[in-house]
Design a protein around this ligand. Structure first.
Ligand SMILES: [Zn+2]
Length: 217
């Protein structure tokens, strides 16, 4: 297989601004300070992805509700978007128990996690980074998919990375559900249940693939 050259630009960092595209079709984002530990996490996810081209990571103040995006060799995540998403998962998807209630819930076989808001935030961030690397894979391979087909493929890729790195599938599924689109035919992304289904299917496929490799060695 011949690899294409790695996508790079057009984008540039000008002071505290990230400028994507060329005039007059430019998109300008404010760059925010990179949270401690983010580039190490990104490197770990990239290493597990098997990709040839390492996109530059950008942490922008606000991705305007898009959460993040991939563009021309660049993976960008929005700081505000990630806080909003983690808040959504924290408040709408998790039941918060007292230590006493958690003890009894555990005894009755319920799945109980001890999670801080910060941990939920990192779970959101890492899954979105893996998703954006799915778009990087599409660019690297010259994959012509776009729209919902491209988003589904990026979710599939994220789930395979999650399996390789052993991320908690139940928590990832909550995030996948939270980022699903509920606007019907106006959606550019799959529905909440659709995203969860793709995630679960891809993890299972990756798990079986890893088992097959182990068996034949
Ligand atoms: Zn996407």
């Amino acid at each position: 297989m011949t690899l294409r050259s790695c996508p790079r630009g057009p984008w540039s960092v000008q002071g505290a601004s990230l400028v994507i595209g060329v005039w007059p079709a430019m998109e300008i984002h404010r760059i925010a300070p990179l949270p401690a530990g983010l580039s190490e996490l990104y490197n770990e996810i990239f290493d597990a992805s098997g990709l040839h081209c390492r996109p530059q990571l950008a942490w922008i103040a606000d991705a305007g509700g898009r959460l993040g995006f991939y563009a021309h060799g660049l993976v960008a995540l929005g700081a505000k978007d990630m806080t909003d998403l983690a808040t959504n998962v924290w408040t709408k998807y998790l039941t918060h128990l007292s230590v006493h209630d958690a003890y009894w819930a555990q005894l009755s076989g319920e799945c109980v996690y001890t999670l801080s808001f910060e941990q939920v935030w990192w779970i959101c961030v890492r899954l979105l980074l893996a998703h954006e690397l799915g778009h990087a894979r599409q660019a690297e391979c010259g994959d012509g998919r776009h729209g919902i087909a491209a988003e589904t493929d990026a979710d599939d890729f994220a789930a395979r990375i999650a399996q390789v790195l052993g991320w908690d599938a139940s928590l990832d599924a909550l995030v996948m559900h939270a980022i699903g689109c509920t606007s019907g035919t106006a959606c550019g992304h799959p529905s909440p249940d659709g995203r969860v289904a793709v995630y679960r299917r891809a993890r299972e496929a990756e798990r079986r693939a890893q088992l097959t490799v182990a068996h034949w060695r």
